[in-house]
Design a protein around this ligand. Sequence first.
Ligand code: GUN
Ligand code: ZN
Length: 437
Amino acid sequence: MAAKQLTAIRGTIVHCLRDPGESNDPDALQSFEDGLLLVEDGRVVEVGPTEELLRRLPSDLSVEDARGRLIIPGFIDVHMHYVQTDVIASYGEQLLSWLNRYTFPTEGRFGDAELAAGTADFFLEELLRNGTTSALVFGSVHPESADAFFAAAQRRRMRMIAGKVLMDRNAPDFLLDTPERGYQESRELIERWHGVDRLSYAITPRFAPTSTEAQLELSGKLAAEFPDVYIQTHVAENRDEVAWVAELFPWSRSYLDVYDRYGLLRERAVYAHCIYLDEQDRERMAESGAAAAFCPTSNTFLGSGLFDYRAARGVGMRVGLATDVGGGTSFSMLKTAAEAYKVAQLSGSTLSAERLLYLATLGSAEALYMEDRIGSFQPGREADFVVVNPGPTPLMERRHGVCDSLSERLFSLFILGDDRNIESTWIQGEKAYQALS
Ligand code: GUN
Ligand code: ZN
C-alpha cells in the first residue's frame, strides 16, 4: 500500500522538466539546494525550497532528513533481460555467437517456474539496489517466465513492463514456440497482466532472425488488437546480424523496414540498439513514434558499435537509456550513463551532466510514453525516487568536495558513480531499499 498520509523528504532535489538539449537549456532542470519533496498517497504533491514549504505546512509533518544527499527521480531502464542475469560478463564473443554459446542455454531453463521466480526476485532487488524503479524487460520464450516476473514486480509495487519472447526459428528447439502458440500465450498474458496495478505488457518478438514471417505477421495482428500494449525487440545492433537479416528478408529496404512491414513501428514500441540505421530509418522511427533504447555498455562489451545519439535526437526520435543486462555489463544506470558519455565522445558529440540525468529519468519515461506518471517530480507523478550519497568512497568524497556547481557535482557522480552511491530507493513514497551504513 502506498503511504496515504502527507510526508516529506528533505535534501538537494534535482529533476528534469524537459530535455536540456545540445545547448544545455538551463531551465530544463529544476533544483533546490535545500529542498522538500512532498508526497501523499504515493504521489508527488509538490517540490520546493524547504524554508518556504515548512512555513505553510502542518508543524507535525513527518520529514525524512536527507540533507547532504541528492534526491532524484528513480532511474528508468528501457531495455533489459531478467532471464540473462546469470549471463552477465560472459567472455569474448560478438552478438550471434554470444547468443548461441551463453544466452540460449541459460534462457532454456526458464520453463521452471521456481527458477524464474527466484531470478525475478534477485533481479528486482538488484534494480532497487541500483536506484532503478522502472524497466522494460524481456522474459524467455516460456510464458511462466513472464508470470513469475509480473508477480514479483507486483509484490514490490514497481512500475514494470515485460513480455514473453516470441521466437520460432534459428534457435535451439527447446526455445522455439510457433506463431499460433506464441500469439495465444501472449494474448493470455496481456489479459492476465496488462494494466493490472503498475504493470504493462510488451509484445516481444526477439529479433527478426528468430521469427518467421508468419510469426511477425501475428505479432503485428496482436499489436493492432491491443493498441495500448507495448512492443519491444532488437534492431541493427551488429554488422553480421544486419547482413543476415538482408538474406532472410530479401525484399526489405532495411532491417527496420522488416518490422515496419508487419505494423510493429508505432508509439510504445521500443527498439534496442539502433546502431546501423540510415537517415530514412531514423526519420521513420521519429514519424512512427517508436523509441530507441541506447545500450552503451552492451554495445561496447559485445563490440557492436556506437549509437549516434545526436543523429537520433536530431530527427526527433525518442531515446531512452538502457543497461541491456546480460549483454550489458552493469545494473547501474550511473555506470551506464558514464558509458553513454564515452560513446558520445567517440562519436564526435557530447552529453552534458544535465542531459545524462534527463536520459536516465525523464527521457526514458518519454521513450515509454510514461512521462505523465514517472521520470520527474512534477505534481501528480508517482513518487518513485532515489536518495544519492555523492561521496561513498574516499575518491568520490574528495572529488565532490572540490565541485563548485550542481552541474559539476552531477557530472562527477555520473562518471564515477555506481551502486555504492544509492543510499535508499523509494517506491510510491515508501522506502523499498536502504543501503547498510
Ligand atoms: N538480439 C537478439 N537477442 C538479443 C539479446 O538477447 N541480447 C542482445 N544484446 N541482442 C539480441
Ligand atoms: Zn537486449
